[in-house]
Design a protein around this ligand. Structure first.
Ligand code: C2E
Ligand code: MG
Ligand code: MG
Length: 644
């Protein structure tokens, strides 16, 4: 077919226009492709979300030739507001201040809002001619478009984990920009960006999870201090360094003596509070270079990586001070009582676990009056092993009938008449023979075995009292109670039961509680004493003078008698301070209408002094050593016959 000249001209003009359009399209697609590829590069290298968003905007402007680009996140607040994370060609703060929203309202008609709401791209919105943008609320946007030189905008949703997180929006110079091919490529870019965000967030979650795992493995969650595993690793490294540099190092082990009791009496929550508060104090006092950890339930350890014994002692004194003050838990002021054990590298051990064990063993030797700390001495560990094996044996001692009832008389000083006896337990061990009472009582207390011991003692005392009654001996027997007995819910009922079983008069059974026991939990002590008093029994404060009780507290207690501790009585002849203490205690007791008993009366000189000081009752080796209960009756007859 032949064309006329005019027709040929029109055809050629049409084909030029088509070619130009094709060229523009190719250019745009090439541009979009370039952007996509540069975007991928950015994705691969980003290590942080904010940085990724910023770099992506940069790429879109630089490689894609767009005039404006921005990323807005959809907030799930009540206004469904938009939070502008990154932008070029429009100021973040400026758009944010315009308070557009992604809600379906007048303020939510922008391309960005629609993309977020529908989850679909909102393509080619012409800022200058679109009626939506003609609304007054969008005037600032139009002005910005004119200023920045863009005429059309397209927004793509950013999908992260099946949810639309926000939108990527871009503005092009031409009003007819964003043809199908270009939008397809830019959509891909938006998906890549969303994928990049997901990936970064997953990476962060993973890192957080890893950090949590590491923290759980190396830190104690209650106090947020390093745990024992961490301490042992640190200690081993420190030992290595100390070895290479030829210097010593010290490890201090702190045991919270009262923790167990607090857990049992006030509950684990209170125990946790105590530990947290002590940990805070320790952290605050921590000196640079030292390493603090929680190494056991109620145990902390402090590593001095280059300290000798002098440094360790100084640190122990400092810690004893820091931990000394009472801690408020469950509304009560609790004295935590901390023992500090010290072990040194290389003298005491050259391996981390042994050093830690030995510092721990040293805490058993701590005496509050000697500063509350002790340095490891070789014997402590053997001692620990021995104690452990004794503890095991003690469990069977009652069944195997190895416990014995001894008693020691108390004598009225003026009349010299026997006025009762103290019941004292003895343990005849099948291998070790007769064991020191104080030692196994402490052991039983620590092992939670005091309740069966007290129950055994009560049975023995009631049955002995009955036996004496049968032979015409009416002497009161006093039973020692431990702190733990105060919390035994069965104690009072058990005693009531024994009274009715044996039909024994209440004044023949007495109870002794040490001053420190009473001070440990004053309110519970008062409750138990009141119940015991109601049964008609006589009550003694034992070891008086060692527990720092206050006069006002003493006045509240329903007690009848105080027993001055033997540590004041025994040296009173030679030591004036002791004599003064005994003297004033007798006066104090009498002022409170209490009977006063002196314990540990082991010489005539002490007896004579007590006569002058008008002490009421004496107990001690001068009168008699503790004896098997069945010998008491004979002893008493002899005593009565003895000339004054
Ligand atoms: P305590 O209640 O203060 O008993 C007095 C202790 O002093 C007894 O030691 C007694 O043998 C000792 N003693 C008495 N007179 C003298 C003296 O003149 N010189 C010296 N050096 N010592 C004297 P024992 O029997 O070894 O008991 C030690 C502690 O063990 C008792 O102190 C008491 O707190 C506790 N205890 C003994 N039996 C029991 C018991 O059945 N239950 C409980 N919970 N504790 C007990
Ligand atoms: Mg006693
Ligand atoms: Mg005593």
């Amino acid at each position: 077919m032949a064309y006329s000249a005019k027709e040929t001209d029109t055809v050629s003009r049409n084909s030029v226009t088509k070619n130009e359009q094709l060229l523009t399209m190719i250019e745009r697609v090439t541009c979009a492709l370039r952007t996509l590829s540069a975007g991928n590069h950015t994705l691969l290298h980003a290590s942080d979300e904010q940085e990724l968003l910023h770099d992506m905007c940069q790429v879109i402007v630089e490689k894609g030739g767009y005039r404006m680009v921005g990323v807005a996140y959809a907030e799930h607040d009540k206004d469904k507001s938009l939070h502008w994370m990154a932008s070029i060609g429009v100021d973040k703060e400026f758009v944010e201040a315009l308070q557009y929203t992604w809600a379906d309202t007048e303020m939510g008609r922008s391309a960005t809002a629609i993309a977020i709401r529908t989850g679909q791209p909102c393509v080619g919105r012409s800022i200058l001619t679109d009626p939506v943008y003609a609304a007054p609320a969008y005037a600032p946007l139009r002005e910005n478009a004119i200023k920045a030189g863009y005429a059309a905008v397209t927004a793509f949703p950013l999908r992260v984990n099946e949810q639309v997180l926000g939108a990527l929006v871009m503005g092009a110079i031409e009003p007819d920009a964003f043809d199908e091919e270009e939008v397809k490529l830019l959509s891909e870019l938006a998906d890549d960006l969303a994928y990049g965000i997901t990936n970064l967030r997953m990476r962060i979650e993973h890192q957080t999870a890893q950090a949590t795992i590491a923290r759980l493995a190396y830190y104690d969650s209650l106090t947020e201090l390093p745990n024992r595993t961490f301490m042992l690793e640190r200690l081993q490294d420190a030992i290595q360094t100390a070895k290479s540099n030829h210097h010593p190092l010290a490890l201090l082990h702190m045991s919270i003596v009262r923790l167990r009791g607090i857990n049992q009496i006030l509950g684990y929550g209170s125990g946790d509070q105590l530990l947290q508060q002590l940990a805070q104090r320790l952290k605050r006092s921590l000196e640079t270079g030292n390493f603090l950890a929680r190494v056991g339930e109620g145990e902390f350890a402090l590593l001095l990586p280059s300290g000798g014994s002098d440094d360790a002692i100084q640190a122990a004194q400092r810690l004893a001070n820091v931990l000394h003050d009472s801690v408020e838990v469950a509304g009560l002021m609790v004295d935590p009582r901390v023992s500090i054990g010290i072990a040194l590298y290389p003298v005491h051990a050259i391996k981390a676990d042994i050093l830690l064990r030995r510092a721990n063993a040293a805490t058993n030797d701590v005496c509050p009056s000697r500063g509350g700390y002790a340095i490891y001495t070789g014997g402590q560990e053997q001692e620990c092993t021995r104690r452990l094996s004794l503890m095991g044996d003690f469990r069977q001692a009652i069944e195997r009938k190895e416990l014995l009832l001894y008693c020691q008389p108390k004598v009225d000083i003026v009349s010299r008449r026997v006025c009762g006896a103290e019941a004292l337990v003895r343990w005849q061990h099948p291998v070790h023979g007769m064991l020191a009472t104080t030692e196994f009582i402490k052991l039983a207390e620590n092992a939670g075995l005091i309740t069966p011991l007290t129950h055994w003692m009560l049975d023995a005392v009631f049955s002995q009292s009955y036996a004496w009654h049968e032979v015409g001996l009416e002497q009161a027997l006093s039973v020692n109670l431990s702190a733990h007995d105060l919390y035994d819910p069965m104690l009072i009922d058990r005693i009531k039961g024994l009274f009715s079983t044996w039909n024994i008069s209440p004044e023949l059974i007495q109870f002794e509680l040490t001053e420190s026991t009473l001070m440990e939990e004053p309110s519970i002590a008062l409750e138990t004493l009141t119940k015991l008093k109601k049964l008609g029994t006589r009550l003694f404060i034992d070891d008086f003078g060692t527990g720092y009780s206050s006069l006002s507290y003493l006045q509240k207690l329903p007690v009848d008698s105080i027993k001055i501790d033997q540590s004041f009585v025994m040296p009173m002849e030679a030591n004036n301070d002791s004599a003064v203490i005994v003297h004033s205690t007798i006066e104090l007791g009498h002022n409170l209408d209490l009977e006063v008993v002196a314990e540990g009366v082991d010489s005539q000189a002490v007896w004579d002094l007590l006569v002058t000081l008008e002490c009421d009752v004496a107990q001690g080796y001068l009168i008699s050593m503790p004896m098997p209960a069945e010998e008491f009756s004979n002893w008493e007859s002899e005593w009565v016959r003895m000339p004054v």
